[in-house]
Design a binder for this molecule. Structure first.
Ligand SMILES: [Zn+2]
Length: 301
């Protein structure tokens, strides 16, 4: 006979799968792959919204207060999220993915050496130095493999009952990513020497992994609106470079791109580095990389 105690116990056993919150859609997708068959993570920043310069809404704050685990890229992508994470429940865990060991990390200013006179005040209260770090780590599928392991380990520690499931899912996810790496390497072979312009400085990881040339960027890595002076400088660069393509992004206004296109032979195409045009979920990540690859290769061929 079922006693009340045993019913409560069985309900609780089911409710044990942790409540997981993620920041952006590509990270949400990686976590969703690891959690398949156990639960679904919450996507904090809606797919249509650029993480750069976003502000936290009440509903998002509520999701955070109920979280057991938060996977987020880090303050270099969403500085506005860091304060909110201070208000997580006591026993909740925030995993800053930029801190994961084994990632291939790139900085915006590759020629600036550690210890140079960069902003001291920015590093003080963090305990670790993320100054100049490019946070768009997910655009290298090799990094995604490293993240999958870190996500699976965190989940397995928190939720031992489902540890085997997380590990099996992680293995499947990494096999898919391995295939994605191979396919993307062969697809991008013919566009390695092509010149192009991207809207914001967010593609270094993709370029580095697949050996593409460095893009000229209209806006910086934080996607701050380019000023008139910067646009004049870029216009000059565009004239000298005669790029094959100028890529806009669905998350940003296209006006600066349109104005640069005038008087050039360049073709315009739209990149989607956040997966804004894709249904959030386990499949989003692979689709995002394949779409990005198709847009690059089709335009630069
Ligand atoms: Zn970005």
């Amino acid at each position: 006979m079922l006693t009340l105690a045993s019913i409560v116990f069985s309900v609780k056993a089911h409710a044990q799968s942790p409540s997981v919150v993620t920041d952006v859609a590509p990270i949400h997708s990686l976590v969703a792959q690891v959690m398949q068959g156990v639960g679904k993570p919450v996507l904090l920043i809606p797919a249509k919204v650029s993480p750069h310069g976003h502000a936290l809404k009440v509903s998002q704050m509520r999701a955070l207060t109920q979280a057991d685990i938060v996977f987020w890229v880090g303050e270099a992508l969403t500085p506005w999220l860091e304060k909110a994470l201070d208000r997580l429940p006591e026993d909740a865990e925030a995993v800053e993915l930029l801190d994961v060991d084994g990632l291939n990390l790139l900085t915006y200013d590759t020629d600036e050496k550690e210890g140079d006179d960069h902003d001291e005040h920015d590093d003080h209260h963090h305990g670790h130095d993320h100054a100049g770090l490019d946070p768009h780590i997910w655009l290298d599928p090799a990094n995604a493999k490293v993240l999958i392991d870190a996500i699976a380990n965190t989940l397995a520690q928190r939720d031992e009952a489902n540890a085997e499931r997380y590990k099996t899912n992680a293995k499947t996810a990494k096999d898919t990513l391995e295939k994605l790496l191979t396919d993307t390497h062969s697809a991008t072979k013919t566009i390695k020497d092509k010149r192009y312009i991207v809207y914001h400085d967010g593609y270094r990881y993709f370029e580095a992994q697949f050996g593409l040339g460095r893009a000229v960027t209209i806006a910086d890595g934080h996607a701050a609106k380019p000023g008139a002076k910067r646009l004049i400088a870029i216009r000059k660069t565009v004239a000298e470079l005669s790029p094959h393509c100028i890529f806009s992004e669905s998350q940003f206004e296209t006006r600066p791109v349109q104005s640069l296109l005038r008087g050039t032979d360049a073709v315009e195409a739209q990149l989607d580095p956040m997966g804004q045009s894709i249904e959030p979920g386990p499949r989003l990540y692979e689709t995002l990389i394949r779409n990005l690859t198709n847009t690059f290769t089709r335009c630069l061929k």
